[in-house]
Design a protein around this ligand. Structure first.
Ligand code: PLP
Length: 397
């Protein structure tokens, strides 16, 4: 049976990680995979996560299955974090949430819901978008297409082209929007642009799917929801695929959620019943540990305050590295302008380095970045590696 198969291509980003691991150079630098690193280059376990785990270990009494949609408390806390605890969507109960294995799980369940339960045949994505988006929705049997996003320089948003593209999408189709910290470009719409995007999405009667994988990594936990809140107008439907991989550092615990916002509570209850049928035939019910950690932290006032400070510290470190990178590049390659990196948000930016330069950085300098757009993970930069990093880039420019 298996002889008919030839080797599948490695994942573009995780494959690079593999190559990095095998590189014997002690000075190697990895700016490829989307994982936060601290000032020492480690991916830390948050202190609040450790404390929640300690409490859970002491209080846990069984390892029985969770409900198909996960714990109701987790769902409620997630909705309150997304929209704010007093938002009409939360108080009217016209939204339901399923705890999914990571944001990826949320996207796949959303895709199954669209493909199998709703009459949505096509989903539109920004060009560029996170590579896995297209794969996930295609794997569920949906058609995928793209709308314009970045400008010709590759450093900013082409807002006129974006709006014009949204205006051409046929009514009844779905559009995926990155809530903040756009992956892979780090380019986000402004508050006013979000208002206009939401107006077109509503006018064209498109179904928005908001991918919220980086809440708190842009401007702040509340500030980063500004675009989502523009879409979440009274009576409007939407899907939110969120993740605690990044802002809780719970990458390997697989903690995310699909939130379906329906027109009213009865419609939300029906939507949840269908979400559950999609989940039951996929992974049946979610893993418990990571969601219990997040719920423990979010529900405890003191732990939550401490967590918010931890998220702020991660955000500030990334933003500080953006500044230091721009300043160091200015010193090492003054003829090249990297100031756009400072205007972008979140872990990623398109560096603009071409595939040849990216290749040379890997083979000659042991510096790993993603070929497509020369995407760099700013969170992989440290004060310790910045000089070598910028010298290597200056050498290939
Ligand atoms: C834009 C975007 N969406 C979703 C995800 C999925 O995150 P996870 O499944 O690790 O929670 C990622 C992860 O890198 C991402 O960048």
């Amino acid at each position: 049976m298996f002889e008919i198969l030839s080797m599948a291509p490695p994942d573009a980003i995780l494959g690079l990680n593999e190559a990095f691991r095998k590189d014997p150079n002690p000075l190697k630098i990895n700016l490829s995979v989307g994982v936060y690193k601290d000032a020492d280059g480690n991916t830390p376990i948050l202190a609040t996560v450790k404390e929640a785990e300690r409490r859970l270990l002491a209080s846990e009494t069984n390892k029985s299955y969770l409900p198909i949609e996960g714990s109701p408390q987790y769902g409620k806390l997630m909705r309150e974090l997304l929209f704010g605890p007093t938002h009409e969507i939360v108080t009217s109960q016209r939204a339901c949430t399923a705890h999914t294995p990571g944001g990826t799980g949320a996207l796949r369940v959303a895709a199954d819901l669209l493909a199998r339960k709703l009459a949505v045949g096509r989903v539109w994505f920004s060009k560029p978008t996170w590579d896995n988006h297209l794969n996930i929705f295609q794997a569920a049997g949906l058609q995928v297409d793209t709308y314009a996003y970045i400008d010709a320089s590759g450093h900013g948003l082409d807002f006129a082209a974006l709006l014009a593209a949204l205006q051409k999408i046929p009514s009844g189709e779905a559009v995926l929007l990155h809530a903040c910290c756009h992956n892979p470009t780090g380019i986000d719409p402004t508050a006013d642009q979000w208002r206009q995007i939401a107006a077109v999405v509503h006018e064209r009667q498109l179904l928005p799917i908001v991918d919220f994988a980086y809440q708190g990594f842009g401007e702040g936990l509340v500030e980063d929801a500004a675009g989502l809140l523009q879409l979440a107008q009274p009576g409007k439907e939407l899907l939110v695929c969120s993740s605690f991989s990044k802002n809780f550092g719970l990458y390997n615990e697989r903690v995310g959620a699909l939130t379906v916002v329906a027109a009213n509570q009865a419609a939300a209850d029906i939507a949840l019943s269908h979400v559950k049928t999609c989940i039951r035939v996929n992974y049946s019910n979610p893993p418990c540990h990571g969601a219990a950690i997040a719920a423990t932290v979010l529900a405890d006032a003191a732990l939550r305050q401490q967590w918010e400070a931890e998220v702020a510290a991660m955000r500030k470190r990334i933003s500080g590295m953006r500044t230091l990178f721009v300043d160091t590049m200015k010193a090492k390659a003054p003829q090249h302008d990297f100031s756009f990196i400072q205007q972008q948000r979140g872990m990623f930016s398109f560096s603009g380095l071409n595939p040849l330069q990216v290749d040379e950085l890997r083979t000659k300098h042991s510096l790993y970045i993603v070929v497509n757009g020369g995407r760099i993970n700013v969170a992989g930069m440290t004060e310790g590696n910045m000089d070598r990093l910028c010298s290597s880039i200056a050498a290939v420019l």
